[in-house]
Design a protein around this ligand. Structure first.
Ligand SMILES: Cc1cc2nc3c(=O)[nH]c(=O)nc-3n(C[C@H](O)[C@H](O)[C@H](O)COP(=O)(O)OP(=O)(O)OC[C@H]3O[C@@H](n4cnc5c(N)ncnc54)[C@H](O)[C@@H]3O)c2cc1C
Ligand SMILES: *[C@@H]1O[C@H](CO)[C@@H](O)[C@H](O)[C@H]1NC(C)=O
Ligand SMILES: *[C@@H]1O[C@H](CO)[C@@H](O)[C@H](O)[C@H]1NC(C)=O
Ligand SMILES: *[C@@H]1O[C@H](CO)[C@@H](O)[C@H](O)[C@H]1NC(C)=O
Ligand SMILES: *[C@@H]1O[C@H](CO)[C@@H](O)[C@H](O)[C@H]1NC(C)=O
Ligand SMILES: *[C@@H]1O[C@H](CO)[C@@H](O)[C@H](O)[C@H]1NC(C)=O
Ligand SMILES: *[C@@H]1O[C@H](CO)[C@@H](O)[C@H](O)[C@H]1NC(C)=O
Ligand SMILES: *[C@@H]1O[C@H](CO)[C@@H](O)[C@H](O)[C@H]1NC(C)=O
Ligand SMILES: *[C@@H]1O[C@H](CO)[C@@H](O)[C@H](O)[C@H]1NC(C)=O
Ligand SMILES: *[C@@H]1O[C@H](CO)[C@@H](O)[C@H](O)[C@H]1NC(C)=O
Length: 604
């Protein structure tokens, strides 16, 4: 997206800020020295825990957030502007990956939200839960039936409130009401920004029903395969994040304090409990770059008398664990970090979806490309949004998704077992966008385009997250190890062929001109070259603080999310997923956090 144009326009539009309660802007304002729980990170999961734990008025909670407030950040409110929030903005951690051998040694931007709401304040708002088999597999791998879908899905009602789309259209046949919550905390809706290509997508599901069947509800569960209308964390034409929902609901409670611009640097242990090193102290500093005229502050500490909750996300959580002496011995010793617990799994098994933005040139000017180039069109759309929260700005960047499998006779299955979560789960995802989707790049200045992006959903490559330095402010070494297995490159190559079959439907015959760039290649080896040149992050890292069975010789947390080998710390965020689910990650992370909140309450 052309971020400069978007940002300039954003500045021109003012909003009434939502005022919050016990929100402190600087670490020097820490109001007390001890809380029952100290949560690290006010992101997707952290805000769920903060909100649920403070429902009990006797429980005190502090949340420390390194980033800024979401308040008044217009691009985090107007759904279509979301993509302008990352990478490399004041709302991003600005991470990059190490050089990735599987994609021609390219190093990629690796965006992560750095504000209240975390990634839910900067993401593209696609909202879905994944396949039932994703959860059943976690239950099988961890030996804890509590993670089975039949249990986890009970949290949907508490979490989700399905609301009408911003254009108020009749959504009958676009989702299955019984699969959704109507009374939960977070507004979710079907797309309210009809696009010219929508009927063609649906017509393709009829024309090519064998390979791309219509699915009436893409929200997740027992029946995810097929192509249909996506759901979004959008209500009333505005983004729903964990900050606008869970955190806002909790902030006027006297038992919750939140400090922004406060970066946690390590966890400290004192003594042992039950023979395990006991961690109850969190050390934090003013975040580098914080906008303040206040005098410098020394690093501060705060105590969590009951538990510390690490919810800093799949990159920062394993970073903090390693800074605290919990991680692979050799790695820590090389950086002169005293080893408290030698755990070789911390930061290992990093797994992510892989994105391939397959672009087609199209006829006419009905695509959204002109909108993204022409400040006058953008301004008109923002004026409409400002008047009544409708129009193209009230929706995200695409209206349809598909979850699909490789053909079962694919040759790759002769040499590798099927890595999907099960027969009702996918190998890849189709994501349709009505313009040239260029994440963090520069789209062409002329022409009209269609993006049939494909995500590798069942990757077998595993990477790592290591410290570059013992300096807590140094960026860690992020190595997702993209496309380094035969399965991964095969599968992504096959998705490029599949989207061309989708585009060959009669439904597009008078619209699509042809594939752009390397997507036009016809031999496997040329398509593979295209894949390695174009593949990027799917923005869904997991696995760096993986759950495993209690007593297992691998893994970072037990199925109750307690960090192995220590007392006093749990991890609640996407880093505990052992496998990346069949979904964009916010939905699974919300369900994970809702279940985790129940685990805390059970222990009270
Ligand atoms: C650009 C982008 C687009 C995406 N699009 C979608 C989408 O459309 N749909 C979807 O479902 N998912 C999407 N995702 C992914 C999804 O939003 C995330 O995977 C998920 O929300 C992560 O949740 P989390 O709780 O693990 O971490 P986060 O939400 O990242 O929360 C971690 C929080 O901890 C804070 N923190 C980190 N370190 C420290 C520290 N040392 N001290 C204090 N605070 C700290 C961070 O600033 C952040 O607020 C997208 C992600 C990105 C980046
Ligand atoms: C990320 O980059 C932006 C733009 O250069 C900058 O404003 C912001 O402070 C950076 N954030 C971090 C955490 O370095
Ligand atoms: C990637 O880097 C490695 C190590 O420097 C080198 O051996 C290899 O040829 C490079 N690959 C490409 C495609 O440039
Ligand atoms: C929505 O459409 C369905 C099916 O076409 C129809 O049965 C229903 O009455 C419509 N609902 C409203 C509120 O118009
Ligand atoms: C460690 O510190 C915490 C918080 O101050 C305290 O509650 C706990 O009793 C201490 N543990 C030991 C073993 O001293
Ligand atoms: C910094 O904060 C001051 C006072 O709160 C505000 O006026 C100014 O606009 C802020 N600057 C930035 C870059 O956010
Ligand atoms: C990575 O995960 C697998 C299970 O998927 C496990 O067997 C292996 O031990 C893990 N590796 C590390 C270093 O934790
Ligand atoms: C869009 O295309 C039509 C014909 O294809 C043309 O009449 C119209 O002027 C174009 N609109 C813009 C804004 O370019
Ligand atoms: C919203 O405003 C636009 C013009 O800005 C108008 O065309 C549209 O009908 C309005 N929609 C609703 C639901 O009021
Ligand atoms: C798989 O089966 C389909 C349908 O029977 C067939 O067209 C295709 O050639 C087969 N592919 C392979 C690799 O055998």
């Amino acid at each position: 997206m052309q971020r400069r144009t978007l940002n300039d326009l954003c500045l021109a539009f003012m909003l009434i800020p939502v005022s919050l309660g016990a929100l402190y802007h600087d670490p020097s304002q820490l109001p007390r020295s001890a809380y029952d729980y100290v949560i690290v990170g006010a992101g997707n999961a952290g805000n769920v825990i903060a909100s649920r734990l403070t429902e009990n008025p006797r429980t005190t909670v502090l949340v420390l957030e390194a980033g800024v407030s979401n308040e008044g950040v217009i691009a985090s409110i107007v759904p279509f502007l979301g993509p302008s929030l990352a990478p490399n903005t004041p709302y991003d951690w600005n991470f990059t990956t190490t050089a990735q051998a599987g994609i021609n040694n390219r190093s990629l931007s690796y965006p992560r939200g750095r504000m209240l709401g975390g990634c839910t304040s900067v993401n593209y708002m696609a909202h879905m839960y994944g396949s039932s088999e994703d959860y059943d597999r976690i239950a099988a791998v961890t030996g804890d039936p509590g993670w089975k879908w039949e249990n986890v899905k009970k949290n949907i009602g508490k979490h989700e409130r399905i609301v009408p789309p911003s254009d108020g259209h009749n959504t009958t046949g676009q989702y299955i009401p019984a699969n959704h919550g109507t009374d939960g905390i977070l507004p979710v809706s079907l797309p309210g920004n009809a696009q010219a290509i929508d009927p063609r997508v649906i017509a393709t599901t009829k024309d090519l029903a064998e390979e791309f069947p219509f699915n009436e509800d893409m929200g997740g569960g027992e029946n995810i395969l097929g192509v249909g209308w996506a759901q979004f964390s959008i209500g009333g034409g505005m983004r729903s994040s964990s900050a606008t929902t869970y955190l806002t609901a909790a902030l006027n409670r006297p038992n919750l304090d939140v400090i922004i611009n406060a970066q946690v640097t390590k966890l400290l242990h004192n003594g042992t409990v039950g023979g395990l090193p006991s961690f109850h102290t969190v050390q934090f500093s003013r975040s580098p770059g914080a906008n303040t005229t206040a005098p410098p502050v020394a690093p501060s500490v705060v105590s969590a008398t009951k538990e510390i909750v690490l919810s800093a996300g799949a990159i920062n959580t394993p970073q903090i664990l390693q800074l605290s002496g919990i991680g692979p011995r050799a790695d820590l010793e090389a950086l002169h970090i005293p080893v408290v617990v030698d755990n070789p799994s911390v930061g290992r098994n990093l797994s992510d979806h892989v994105l391939l933005a397959n672009i087609f040139s199209v006829k006419g000017n009905d695509s959204l490309d002109d909108l993204l180039r022409d400040p006058a069109l953008l301004s008109a759309a923002l004026t409409q949004w400002n008047s009544n929260h409708t129009g193209v700005m009230s929706g995200s960047v695409g209206n349809h998704v598909g979850f699909l499998r490789l053909p079962s006779n694919s040759t790759i299955f002769h040499i590798t077992p099927d890595p999907s979560a099960g027969p009702k789960s996918s190998h890849w995802e189709l994501f349709v966008a009505d313009f040239f989707l260029s994440i963090g790049g520069t789209p062409p200045t002329t022409g009209s385009y269609l993006t049939l992006a494909s995500f590798l959903i069942s990757p077998t490559s595993r990477g790592s997250l290591k410290l570059a330095s013992s300096d807590p402010f140094a960026k860690p070494l992020i190595d997702p190890n993209f496309l380094t297995t035969a399965f991964d490159i095969f599968a992504l190559r096959e998705t490029a062929k599949a989207v061309k079959r989708f585009a060959a439907s009669a439904a597009w015959a008078d619209y699509i001109v042809g594939p752009v760039g390397g997507l036009a290649s016809t031999t496997d080896s040329d398509i593979e070259t295209y894949v390695r040149e174009q593949a990027s992050t799917g923005l869904h890292p997991v696995g760096t603080a993986s759950m495993s069975p209690k007593g297992a010789c691998w893994g970072v947390v037990d199925p109750d999310l307690k960090v192995k080998g220590v007392e006093g710390v749990r991890v609640v965020d996407a880093s505990v997923f052992p496998f990346v689910p069949n979904a964009h990650l916010q939905g699974p992370t919300y369900l994970l956090a809702e279940r985790a909140a129940q685990l805390f309450k059970n222990d009270m």
